[in-house]
Design a protein around this ligand. Structure first.
Ligand code: G6P
Length: 368
């Protein structure tokens, strides 16, 4: 097992560090002449053009990748997207249109029971199903009408890391592709976005070099009882994933909230010292985030702000600031994910938890 870990103390840390490679392996085969292209997946433009709505169905972290996809596809391509929890979708007699809807099933393992059942339900209704799957030849990959494989390689740690990053990478490619097909992006725009996307790999590698500061931040979180993750827009989608990662492997109660919802409930739980992880990578929403941060600070919260390195005066609003390279805001999720994973990882280590095999959780939930 030590050999399999390739010198890392845990699979999770190894898999976090494999993200630049996983990203490269997933994205580069799907860029031809500077533009997204799914020919290697046997999906041509004509297959995608007819859809008027996307329904993403998945569980856990894979479902969270759907929320990122929702923001991206709606924003770039003006194509409506809904995200459904597979175990809810399968029992609610979902409204699907076989001519206009595309169901995207996201799954690392390709074997999650509820997700597989959702796929079968959609197919039974004659809806086209696209799988975004990591395990080659898995049930979901075999049964979907088309498959985009994420090339993350085997993911062993129960808490998903690199699989999420490659799932969202595929969402970027799909969003740019749909934007072109629907006339919301001309070729120059799509090329610029595609090239921005490709630049992400080196930035992720850079962020991963600095493990020390995350160990320090983790030392500030390790004794927390409750933790809140706040964000707006794409940052809210990332907040959900950051919060899930932390609770999975540290057993600290944590919740993700759309920052604007703070005053509709969770602010009553903020007391002196409550840690709040505030994601502020979305430039266009930063002012709004800053005022939410002030609201929690004034109730005593200890704020960790994740933002880009062009943000000014951050020391005045947050206790700890994690700065990321500045890219156009739409690409920031690909940079903020690793810090969230590392925060969870090092907090888990400091609390003496079994990082790779957290209690009560399974890598793949193949029973209902
Ligand atoms: C389990 C795993 C999660 C995973 C989820 C969905 O809960 O612990 O890490 O996100 O299942 O799994 P899938 O293989 O369908 O992506």
């Amino acid at each position: 097992e030590a050999a399999q870990k390739g010198g890392y103390p845990h699979f999770m840390l190894k898999e976090i560090h494999e993200q630049p490679t996983a990203f490269h392996n997933t994205v580069s085969p799907r860029i031809v002449d500077g533009l997204p292209n799914f020919a290697c997946d046997k999906i041509c433009d004509e297959d995608l053009r007819r859809f008027e709505r996307v329904v993403v169905v998945a569980c856990g972290t894979a479902m969270h990748s759907g929320y990122v996809g929702q923001y991206l596809i709606e924003r770039l391509a003006r194509l409506p997207v809904t995200v459904e929890i597979a175990s809810e979708f399968r029992y609610k007699n979902p409204i699907l249109n076989r001519d206009k809807d595309l169901v995207i099933i996201v799954s690392q393992s390709g074997e999650t029971a509820d997700t597989l059942a959702a796929l079968r339900l959609a197919k039974k209704q004659g809806v086209f199903v696209l799988g975004i799957v990591n395990v080659v030849g898995s049930s979901i990959a075999r049964e979907a009408d088309a498959v985009i494989y994420t090339w993350a390689g085997p993911e062993i740690a129960v808490a998903s890391t690199k699989a999420y990053t490659v799932q969202i990478s595929v969402m970027y490619l799909l969003a740019i592709k749909f934007a072109m097909l629907r006339g919301f992006a001309d070729e120059a725009f799509a090329r610029e976005y595609t090239s921005n996307l490709m630049s992400v790999e080196e930035h992720i590698a850079e962020i991963l070099k600095d493990s020390q500061s995350f160990q320090f931040y983790a030392s500030k979180l390790q004794n927390a009882h409750d933790l809140f993750y706040l964000g707006r827009g794409l940052d809210y989608a990332l907040a959900m994933e950051g919060s899930l990662k932390l609770k999975e492997i540290t057993y600290i109660h944590s919740e993700a909230y759309a920052a604007g919802e703070l005053k509709h409930g969770p602010i009553s739980l903020i007391v002196d010292g409550t840690p709040v992880i505030a994601l502020g990578t979305q430039k266009s929403l930063f002012e709004k985030m800053a005022s939410n941060i002030k609201e929690v600070k004034s109730r005593g919260a200890c704020v960790f702000l994740i933002c880009d390195d062009t943000c000014e005066n951050t020391a005045q609003i947050a206790d700890f600031v994690i700065k990321l390279p500045a890219l156009p805001e739409i690409f920031m999720p690909l940079l903020s994910v690793a810090p969230l994973q590392l925060l969870a990882y090092y907090t888990s280590i400091l609390r003496g938890c079994d990082v790779d095999k957290p209690r009560n959780l399974a890598k793949s939930v193949t029973v209902e």
